[in-house]
Design a binder for this molecule. Sequence first.
Ligand code: BDR
Ligand code: CA
Length: 315
Amino acid sequence: MARKIIIDTDPGQDDAVAILLALASPELEVLGLSVVAGNVGLDHTQRNARMICELAGRPDLPVHAGCDAPLQRKLITAEHVHGKTGLDGVTLPEPAMPLAPGHAVDFLIETLRREKPGSVTLVPIGPLTNIATAFRRAPDIVPRVREIVLMGGAYFEVGNITPAAEFNIHVDPEAAKIVFASGAALTVMPLDVTHRALTSRAWVETMRGMGRIGQAVAGWTDFFERYDREKYGSQGAPLHDPCTIAWLLDPELFSGRLINVEIETRGEYTQGMTVADWWGVSGRPANATFIREVKRDAFFALLTERIRALDQRAG
Ligand code: BDR
Ligand code: CA
């Protein structure tokens, strides 16, 4: 039976690839998308989410708009990385599918209460505002979550939005703190691993040689890559968010350690830092599997196979 997931997202080019990978994969049943503000404002992220569903041939998928600002702070966005719309690099038609009725937080709560306990996995790939709000409002849903597999944080590789912090956690550290302290089983894809999931020119050209879905992936990657090339001098774009879905499909592609991770909310220079106790020096209980390595070639082979299949299916 396919594993049920909800993707909580702020698309974002790499979010888009993650969503496509999930929709391409028969092992996963995507129950819906809960959308949050992050890379850009909610007006763009909810529209982008619908455009991605339509591109994938899934206008039936419920897309719920959620929180438009962090729990306690002003929203920080990343147009400098993702462009004005958050999904620059490809021109897609205005989405015809409407937003699903109801706030994303209600969707999360109602779905977790309705589905069998322990059957729904949450995949947050943006700031954790929707998830934390749902947990705070309905603590009874926390033990019903099968697992949370999120993109966020950084430790050895340190930050991308500040020297100490990764974007998703930095934007809403109070929300991250709630999720990391929730007691739910947590797998974390930090920059330490996602900066190893770098696209190559050959892979992007393979995508471009496919149908319109592969071509969209190539266009987004081209756009996204220019930022990383200028900033890090790296060859290729890090496919941060698809690491979460790839882990669900094949955890053997990754390795990490079950450790204690705390979220810094008060530091003068370290807001949103994920303090990862890799060596177990704090004595604090483990709360997250912190991933550090990915088998890069196998990761991209999986992506290629799935995007090709989706492209063929969508015709
Ligand atoms: C994370 O922030 C966003 O820019 C990406 O979509 C990803 O979720 C990487 O720091
Ligand atoms: Ca994202």
